[in-house]
Design a protein around this ligand. Structure first.
Ligand SMILES: [Zn+2]
Ligand SMILES: [Zn+2]
Length: 381
């Protein structure tokens, strides 16, 4: 790194993969020091700050007339597809070798060829999710995001839960504010393992407790750059990282010294991280999600400016839902093993079909089977 260059300006450690370590808050400060209040303004319609002809002429070293002509020729209004054609997103010129136009042409052709709107529906939902909060301003002005706030983009991988996803890891993308606590992200991450209900309830399905694992096992941690940030907000929380730290220290295993800290005491601005580097979120003991910070930037006046909507989910994977084996309509709520009444092991049922098949009118168990409450990964679709 060149001397005098601030260590908190991200530079690649591995080309196109991840940067060296930076301190998030200091990186934000570097921007704020250099930018004017106009640059970071979140006002609804920032005043156009175009250079005057005279300023442009001075910058380019030409006459004012030339500057005025250049401004006209290079304006957005002057953009044409062909000689006299206006820009048309559906009509793509054949003779262009621009890669972006090639991609655009493929999308347009695929849409035309589509017979069922299935794929289209998913596409629409995806775009909707990405854009639904754009430009949103809070009703209560106290929830307005401050100018110069940092915005981090995080990809949170799901643990591999299906054979189908063995090679491709589905993930969700969240936007968090630099001033938000790590616990705010932790509370916003949705994972089915938080919703599981433990136990076998074939004798009396009504006894299946309402308590989900998230209420019972509240421990979790994030791991960034040698530090485990443990969620210790509740008395029943355990330091899940203790075992790993002890293991690493028990012999000289070459991992250096890990530290542990409280998740609730840290904001994203406080972190030292590498952009693009895989870190970890672990909850429910062993449900491990890779977390990658893919981007850090200043908030913009066209972003969602309602602080209460962050962490903001902008992308998620759509899981196929597992349907009831009997009605094939409703999402499965029960899974059975060693079921004398079922064709498959395991076999999945919705609540209604499960009870109709496995119990008489008095609620007595019929046949032999083991029954467990089932939470479908598609629950969050
Ligand atoms: Zn999980
Ligand atoms: Zn059913």
């Amino acid at each position: 790194m060149a001397e005098g260059v601030d260590e908190n300006i991200p530079v690649f450690e591995l080309t196109d993969t991840n940067t060296k370590v930076i301190h998030v808050g200091s990186f934000g400060n570097l921007w704020r020091e250099r930018l004017t209040s106009h640059d970071v303004s979140l006002a609804e319609e920032p005043t156009q700050n175009l250079a005057t002809d005279a300023e442009l002429a001075a910058d380019l070293g030409c006459t004012e007339e030339t500057a005025a002509e250049l401004k006209l020729l290079c304006s957005v209004d002057a953009l044409k597809c062909g000689e006299n054609e206006d820009l048309d997103s559906q009509n793509i010129p054949e003779d262009s070798n621009l890669v972006t136009l090639g991609i655009r042409r493929k999308v347009v052709e695929r849409r035309k060829a589509m017979v069922i709107d299935h794929a289209c529906r998913q596409e629409t939902l995806r775009y909707e999710m990405e854009y639904h909060a754009l430009g949103k301003r809070p009703q209560d002005s106290s929830n307005m995001i401050e100018e110069g706030e940092l915005l981090l983009t995080l990809n949170i991988m799901y643990p591999v839960i299906f054979q189908k996803h063995k090679d491709y890891k589905p993930y969700a993308t969240m936007l968090v504010l630099g001033s938000q606590k790590l616990t705010e992200l932790r509370d916003a991450i949705k994972c089915v393992s938080d919703l599981q209900i433990g136990g076998e309830f074939s004798r009396n399905p009504d006894l299946a407790p309402e308590n989900i694992c998230k209420d019972l096992f509240k421990s979790a941690f994030f791991y960034f750059e040698g530090i485990f940030y443990n969620d210790m907000r509740y008395p029943e929380c355990k330091d899940l990282s203790r075992n790993t730290i002890d293991w690493a220290e028990s012999r000289d295993r070459g991992y250096g010294k890990f530290q542990s800290a409280k998740m609730e005491d840290y904001t994203f601005n406080d972190l030292r991280i590498k952009i693009g580097f895989p870190y970890l979120y672990c909850h429910q003991g062993d449900c491990e999600h890779i977390v990658t910070i893919t981007d850090i930037r200043l908030i913009h006046y066209e972003d969602c400016l309602d602080r209460t909507l962050y962490p903001l989910q902008v992308k998620k994977h759509w899981f196929w839902t597992r349907k009831c084996y009997v009605c094939k309509i409703y999402t499965a709520k029960w899974v059975t093993n060693e079921d004398s009444l079922a064709p498959d092991d395991p076999c999945f049922f919705c609540d209604v079909c499960f009870r109709m098949l496995h119990y008489d009118t008095e609620g007595n168990k019929l046949g032999t089977f083991l029954a467990y409450p089932y939470v479908d990964p598609g629950t969050f679709n």
